[in-house]
Design a protein around this ligand. Structure first.
Ligand code: C2O
Ligand code: CU
Ligand code: CU
Length: 485
C-alpha cells in the first residue's frame, strides 16, 4: 500500500541546472555561466554563557528584512560544539512575549533539563540548563518545546546545531573545518516579506508545508567547495516536510552517520530520506569534478500513502504551494578550488553494536491514529491526546523493550521521536532504510506502516516524551508522557 517511488522526471530539471558534462582534452570550453546564488551562511559558534530568546530582524531572502525568533542570535541559532564528557551549562533568557524553553534533541539529559513543556521560562524569566554530555559523537540539535508553541517557535527560527565530538570521532580521517558543513534544511512560507505561520485546520492533517526551501536560513544558496571529499551534517528542521535527498547528477553520497552519530562503515546511497528532526551525515566526493562546474543537493519528488489529505490543506488554494513530496533544489555546490589536503572516503568508521531484539523483556504497543472528524486532538497515540499532567507509560529503568509503532494513518508520514536517549530500529514493514542501521532518536513511520524499535533508558529516571515530530501533530496532542522509574 505504500508507494515511495522517486520520480526521476522530477529531478531532471534540477540536473539541468547542475552538472555540466566533464570534458576531456587540453582546452575545455568555459562552463556556461550559472545564475548567481546567494552564498550559504554557516552559523557562528556559541561562545558560552547566556542563550537569549528574542526577536531579531534578519535578511532571510536577499534584501528583504524579516522578523525572526532566535535562540542566541540568527537563524540557525549558533552552533554549540562540545566534547563527550564535558559539563555543559547554559542560561536561557526569555525576552519573547511567549513562554519558551530548550530541548536538547537527541541528548541524554536529566528529565528536569530536557525541556519538558511543564518546565518553561515565562516572558522576562530565565532558566538554567546543566548536564554532562554523555552521548556519542554526533549531530544533535536544540529547539524550544513549550506547550502548543513548539511548531510556531521553531518555524520562526528557533533551532540550532549541537555537535558532539569524542576521541574516536576525532581520530578518524574525516573532513574537518570548512569541509565539515552543518546544513539545516527548512521549508517556509513568506507573506509580504515576513515568515508566515498561520496553519488552518486543514494544515493540521499533513502538517504545515512551505513553498521555499531554506538551507541555513538562505533560499537556494550555493556553497563553494574544494575538489575533495566534503562532510555534510544534514538536519531536517522543517515542521512537516520530508526530503528525499539526492545529488542532481545521480552520484552516490556515502552515509556515515545518523541521529545518534557515526555508523560502522560508509554506505553508498543515491537517495536518502530525511524526515523532520532526523539527521543524516554524508560524505560527497567532489575530487573528480572540474573547476568551475556545479552540481546540487536536491530533494526528489515522491509520493507516500493513499489518502491524499496531505496534498490539501490551505495549500490547496495557495498559488505556488508545494505538496508533501514536491521536488526542491536545496544547495548548489560550485567546484571552486583544488583540494587543500586530498581526502578519501574511509573504508570503516567506528564500532557499532549489533541490533539484538532477543534481549528485550517486553513489547510495548503504540498505535498512531489520524481522526479527521475530531474537533480537538485529531492525532492520537493509543487513543490519547497529550495531557501534561497524565503519565501514559511507566517504563522500568534499565530494561530493554521493543516498542511497536503502528500507524493507521493512510496518508501522512509520522516521524516518531523518543526523548531521553537513543534507540535502534529492529524492523519496519516496508523495505529497511539505510539510516535504520545506526543509532536513532527519530524514526520515519510511513503511512500504514509498523516499525519496531529497541529502547532502553539507563541513564536517568523521570518524565520524558514520546511524540510525532511533525510539529503540527505534536502541538495537536500526538505526544505521550513516559515515566522512567
Ligand atoms: Cu525535537 Cu520533543 O523534540
Ligand atoms: Cu527530543
Ligand atoms: Cu505525525
Amino acid at each position: 500500500v505504500i508507494d515511495r517511488r522517486a520520480f526521476l522526471e522530477g529531478s531532471l530539471a534540477l540536473a539541468a541546472a547542475g552538472a555540466l558534462p566533464a570534458c576531456a582534452g587540453d582546452d575545455p570550453p568555459d562552463p556556461t555561466p550559472l545564475p548567481e546564488r546567494p552564498p550559504i551562511r554557516i552559523p557562528p559558534e556559541w561562545s558560552g554563557g547566556a542563550i537569549v530568546a528574542e526577536t531579531q530582524t534578519l535578511e532571510m531572502k536577499p534584501d528583504v528584512p524579516s522578523v525572526i525568533w532566535t535562540l542566541g542570535g540568527g537563524a540557525p541559532a549558533p552552533t554549540i560544539r562540545v566534547r563527550r564528557g564535558d559539563a555543559f551549562s547554559a542560561r536561557l533568557e526569555n525576552r519573547l512575549a511567549d513562554h519558551t524553553n530548550i530541548h536538547w534533541h537527541g541528548l541524554t539529559v536529566p528529565a528536569d533539563m530536557d525541556g519538558h513543556p511543564r518546565d518553561v521560562a515565562h516572558p522576562g524569566d530565565a532558566r538554567m540548563y546543566t548536564f554532562p554530555v554523555l552521548d556519542r559523537a554526533g549531530t544533535y540539535w536544540y529547539h524550544p518545546h513549550a506547550h502548543q508553541a513548539t511548531a510556531k517557535q521553531i518555524y520562526h527560527g528557533m533551532a540550532g546545531f549541537f555537535l558532539v565530538e569524542d576521541d574516536e570521532s576525532l581520530a578518524l580521517p574525516l573532513p574537518r573545518g570548512e569541509l565539515d558543513v552543518p546544513l539545516l534544511i527548512q521549508d517556509k512560507r513568506f507573506h509580504e516579506g515576513e515568515i508566515e505561520y498561520a496553519p488552518v485546520d486543514a494544515d493540521i492533517a499533513g502538517g504545515y508545508l512551505g513553498d521555499t526551501a531554506f538551507v541555513n536560513g538562505v533560499p537556494d544558496p550555493k556553497l563553494e567547495v574544494e575538489q575533495n571529499v566534503v562532510r555534510l551534517r544534514i538536519l531536517n528542521g522543517s515542521n512537516a516536510r520530508a526530503f528525499l535527498l539526492s545529488i542532481t547528477d545521480g552520484r552516490s553520497m556515502f552515509l556515515i552517520g545518523t541521529d545518534g552519530g557515526l555508523i560502522d562503515a560508509p554506505i553508498p546511497v543515491t537517495t536518502l530520506w530525511v524526515a523532520p528532526a532526523e539527521r543524516v551525515e554524508v560524505l560527497v566526493d567532489f575530487s573528480g569534478d572540474r573547476l568551475g562546474t556545479a552540481v546540487s543537493l536536491a530533494s526528489r519528488a515522491f509520493t507516500v500513502g493513499s489518502g491524499g489529505h496531505q496534498h490539501g490543506g490551505s495549500g490547496g488554494i495557495i498559488p505556488g504551494f508545494v505538496p508533501q513530496g514536491g521536488a526542491f533544489e536545496l544547495l548548489r555546490f560550485e567546484i571552486a578550488r583544488p583540494a587543500s589536503v586530498p581526502l578519501m572516503v574511509p573504508a570503516s568508521l567506528v564500532a557499532l553494536p549489533p541490533i539484538d531484539p532477543s534481549v528485550a523483556v517486553r513489547t510495548r504497543p503504540f498505535v498512531l491514529e489520524h481522526r479527521p472528524m475530531a474537533t480537538v486532538g485529531r492525532h492520537t497515540i493509543n487513543g490519547l491526546v497529550f495531557d501534561m499532567e497524565r503519565i501514559d507509560e511507566e517504563v522500568p529503568f534499565g530494561e530493554t523493550e521493543i516498542w511497536r509503532i503502528q500507524s493507521t494513518d493512510k496518508a501522512a508520514i509520522h516521524p516518531i521521536h523518543v526523548h531521553g536517549g537513543r534507540f535502534r530500529v529492529v524492523s519496519r514493514t516496508t523495505a529497511a532504510l539505510p539510516t535504520d542501521r545506526g543509532y536513532k532518536d527519530t524514526v520515519l513511520v510511513f503511512p500504514e506502516e509498523t516499525v519496531e524499535i529497541l529502547v532502553r533508558f539507563d541513564a536517568y529516571r523521570g518524565l520524558y516524551l514520546f511524540h510525532c515530530h511533525t510539529l503540527e501533530h505534536e502541538d495537536d496532542g500526538m505526544m505521550l508522557n513516559i515515566n522512567v522509574s
